[in-house]
Ligand binder design. Structure first.
Ligand SMILES: *[C@@H]1O[C@H](CO)[C@@H](O)[C@H](O)[C@H]1NC(C)=O
Ligand SMILES: *[C@@H]1O[C@H](CO)[C@@H](O)[C@H](O)[C@H]1NC(C)=O
Ligand SMILES: *[C@@H]1O[C@H](CO)[C@@H](O)[C@H](O)[C@H]1NC(C)=O
Ligand SMILES: *[C@@H]1O[C@H](CO)[C@@H](O)[C@H](O)[C@H]1NC(C)=O
Ligand SMILES: *[C@@H]1O[C@H](CO)[C@@H](O)[C@H](O)[C@H]1NC(C)=O
Ligand SMILES: *[C@@H]1O[C@H](CO)[C@@H](O)[C@H](O)[C@H]1NC(C)=O
Ligand SMILES: *[C@@H]1O[C@H](CO)[C@@H](O)[C@H](O)[C@H]1NC(C)=O
Ligand SMILES: *[C@@H]1O[C@H](CO)[C@@H](O)[C@H](O)[C@H]1NC(C)=O
Ligand SMILES: *[C@@H]1O[C@H](CO)[C@@H](O)[C@H](O)[C@H]1NC(C)=O
Ligand SMILES: *[C@@H]1O[C@H](CO)[C@@H](O)[C@H](O)[C@H]1NC(C)=O
Length: 672
């Protein structure tokens, strides 16, 4: 279904450090994708409601009629100009609401500001900006080492009117009755047959239900999603209303996308929900969401129910380590509308971020925005709440993200460990996540902020007797007793996050600053590579300027006859993170650049998840992977498609003290 994927023959022309590249590709692309996303944490952005205009001060806040469900003026450029706010909380990915063109009417249900009412999958919704704006946003994210998760809808298209009067000709590419189920209302949410074949929506906006079980519809979706991913360098997908589509639809769709995907399955019954987890690879963890929210909304909440759900998710969903872990989104009541207790808010966020899965925080959660869904005050624009970077939850999230990233950077397998409940009583919960050596103990409670001091005796932590631990939210030390007991001081209802003091070395957490190491004497380093790809001369030149970090890297690549070149940086700490500037010319080897290409991506599943950006940070000890393949369908010569070059930037090893390994066909030299 994918438009192009490198043939074994094409792979054979790969030159350079075969081992590095192939060993990465050999592990199934899907596993690698999930592994990369598991390390990340996601800030969920509702484009229309995050930041308006171009984000400058002189902009005047638009009038916003939240309760009428009308557009409020948020744009992709607004997001782009306000990425510091997100990165200030140490997020390294965002999820944005759908981008494709929506029904244009103002309906009795409002306007299509959430963008789940698509009419044309091949055009963008002009309310959010232009194609260039979207590309610029994604390039800006990638240049910060952040990933983009795109929200997509495969269940339905949107029509302003009653289902039995749907005018299919306004929908594209599904512009014919034959692509849709006959109109019927969903009457039995518990019946898969009914929810999958009938229509969501109402008589004001009907959601024309696609025949996703038909091969033709599947092919059209496969073609569309592989183009979307390639055209815009999308890194991951959130698939809306997945539960209204039969699970069998998804494996091919996700394959065609070639990137990690997580499905929205708004269902508390894990044995049911996990049918979609199996088909898609991941779901948003609604089973946990429901019991988690009830457990922490007040001190009567049931910790027991939460623990049973943790256990049953483990039992029914073979592996929830790459599920989306959340406690708010645009479809559910804000936590602050359930309680205004700040300690409880900190507890639920701590669970979200340190239990299994990919943490997701919904915009505004950090500012304690409140509101529920009738009307959708939970979607009030962020700018109404203000963007205070000293807000308590903003800081809380920033610390937890930083801490989690630090643990992962030293212990790659932390995210794979299935968290275990090691302590439980009426009001408290102790969780352990991480193999021996990297285990983090999180102690939560629902007593609320007025709670007095008490102590908990926690076992099952597997810390050696007399290990010195740090509680990272208060930066206090405590020591495991001689007999191996761990006594955790609890107060003011706040959560506690413990790990060995030693594990924090080289982090800036709790003042554990980085061990100073002399910077390399070279201030400029170039790596030149010249080889032949499919009969074409290729030159790669990397120029770095110190001080390190950050390193600014530019890769000029000239491959004669190739329309596009996609470089990316494969970083041992985070998969593909840094992308460099690429200039493609038809004249090899002199880089007589014609234009900086920032808009193309390799269409092969293995590479389509990364993207381009201008001016990049290259992390130490990284490997440059250059793969040459163009736009979907743009490459005709089979021995060029999929050709890839890999440069092991072994010069970085020197900085890390691992010697001067040479890499294959490449030579390098150090400049002044
Ligand atoms: C932002 O938009 C305003 C109003 O459209 C314009 O005056 C200003 O120049 C823009 N600033 C940037 C940086 O684009
Ligand atoms: C649907 O769109 C295609 C491509 O634009 C067109 O050829 C076809 O006639 C359209 N079908 C209907 C029923 O409008
Ligand atoms: C992707 O880009 C190609 C080339 O510009 C274009 O023809 C195609 O319609 C685009 N696809 C999507 C889904 O935007
Ligand atoms: C931002 O939040 C901090 C902490 O709650 C508070 O002290 C400060 O006054 C707030 N700033 C603004 C501008 O509201
Ligand atoms: C986890 O990774 C660490 C190194 O980061 C390693 O020492 C340990 O053996 C690994 N544990 C498992 C169970 O894979
Ligand atoms: C969960 O899946 C990941 C990725 O496939 C794997 O590394 C990990 O070991 C799995 N964990 C369990 C408990 O199966
Ligand atoms: C982890 O450490 C504990 C305590 O030191 C030990 O009993 C246990 O066997 C270790 N587990 C593994 C898998 O090594
Ligand atoms: C925790 O222990 C470390 C190492 O002994 C020390 O540097 C640090 O100051 C201690 N922190 C506190 C708050 O006592
Ligand atoms: C250690 O904790 C257990 C309960 O987990 C308790 O029974 C025992 O008395 C504690 N030992 C010490 C020395 O505090
Ligand atoms: C901290 O960094 C130094 C120098 O890079 C290294 O030798 C040491 O092993 C690191 N410590 C930890 C705990 O990672």
């Amino acid at each position: 279904m994918a438009l192009t994927s490198p043939s074994p023959h094409a792979r054979a022309v790969i030159f350079g450090c075969l081992v590095v590249l192939l060993s990465f590709l050999a592990g199934s692309a899907q596993a690698a994708d999930a592994a990369e996303w598991r390390r990340r944490s996601i800030y969920q952005v509702l484009t229309d409601r995050y930041a308006y205009g171009n984000g400058t001060d002189e902009d005047h806040a638009p009038n916003c009629e939240v309760e009428l469900g009308l557009y409020c003026g948020g744009t992709w450029r607004g997001i782009m100009n306000n990425l510091d706010y997100i990165q200030g909380m140490n997020f390294d990915a965002i999820w944005i609401s759908p981008v494709v063109k929506q029904l244009p009417q103002r309906t009795g249900d409002g306007e299509a500001y959430t963008a789940y009412w698509a009419q044309n999958l091949y055009e963008l919704e002009p309310h959010f900006g232009t194609e260039q704006d979207l590309r610029d946003l994604i390039a800006a994210l990638h240049s910060r080492g952040m990933l983009l998760m795109l929200d997509v809808v495969v269940n339905h298209m949107g029509f302003a009117g009653a289902g039995d009067e749907c005018d299919y000709s306004v929908l594209y590419p599904f512009n014919d009755t034959k692509y849709y189920h006959d109109y019927c209302e969903i009457t039995d949410p518990t019946s898969p047959l009914n929810t999958q074949a009938c229509w969501l929506g109402d008589w004001k906006v009907s959601l024309a239900d696609l025949r996703t079980e038909d091969a033709e519809v599947q092919d059209m979706f496969g073609q569309w999603i592989s183009q979307m991913v390639a055209n815009y360098s999308i890194d991951g997908l959130r698939i809306d209303t997945s539960i209204n589509v039969e699970p069998e639809f998804f494996p091919n769709f996700v394959d065609a996308a070639g990137v990690f995907a997580t499905g929205e399955v708004m269902q508390g019954d894990d044995s049911l929900a996990c049918q979609w987890a199996d088909a898609i690879g991941s779901i948003l963890n609604y089973p946990i969401y429901y019991t988690l929210t009830r457990a922490f909304a007040n001190s009567e909440g049931s910790i027991d129910d939460l623990v049973s759900t943790i256990d049953s998710v483990k039992e029914n969903c073979p592996n929830s380590t790459s599920f989306g872990s959340f406690s708010e989104n645009h479809d559910v009541a804000r936590f602050a509308s359930l309680t205004d207790d700040l300690a409880l808010a900190k507890n639920i966020i701590t669970y979200t971020m340190l239990a299994d899965g990919i943490p997701i925080i919904y915009q505004g959660q950090e500012q304690r925005q409140f509101g529920s869904i009738h009307p959708y005050y939970n979607r009030a624009p962020l700018w109404q709440a203000g963007v205070n970077t000293s807000a308590p939850l903003y800081e809380h999230i920033a610390i937890l993200n930083k801490f989690r990233q630090h643990v992962i950077s030293g212990h790659d397998n932390y995210t794979e460990y299935m968290a275990e409940v090691i302590y439980q009583d009426m009001h408290s919960l102790g969780l352990r996540k991480g193999f021996n050596g990297s285990q983090v103990i999180t102690v939560l409670n629902n007593n609320g902020q007025d709670c007095a001091y008490f102590e908990l005796e926690v076992s099952g932590h597997d810390y050696a007797p007399e290990t010195v631990l740090t509680e990272v939210l208060t930066c206090t030390n405590l020591t495991v007793s001689e007999s191996g007991n761990l006594t955790v001081p609890m107060f003011a209802g706040t959560p506690k996050v413990l790990c060995p003091l030693e594990l924090l070395a080289n982090s800036s957490i709790c003042g554990m600053h980085e061990a100073e190491e002399p910077l390399p004497s070279a201030t400029i380093m170039t790596i030149d590579a010249t080889s032949t790809v499919g009969g074409h001369v290729t030159t790669i030149e990397t120029v770095e300027t110190s001080p390190i970090p950050p390193i600014t890297t530019h890769v000029w690549s000239t491959i004669s006859g190739l329309p596009t070149v996609v470089p990316s940086v494969m970083n041992p700490e985070g998969g593909f993170t840094a992308i460099t500037k690429v200039i493609t010319t038809t004249q090899a080897p002199t880089p007589q650049a014609t234009a900086a290409t920032t808009s193309t991506a390799d269409s092969s599943p293995e590479h389509s998840r990364k993207a381009l950006g201008a001016g990049e940070s290259l992390k130490p000890n990284s490997k440059l992977v250059l793969s040459a393949a163009g736009f979907a369908g743009a490459i005709s010569s089979p021995d060029i498609a999929g050709a890839a070059a890999s440069v092991t930037a072994s010069a970085f090893d020197r900085w890390h003290g691992h010697g001067h390994g040479h890499s294959g066909h490449f030579h390098r030299h150090f400049g002044a």
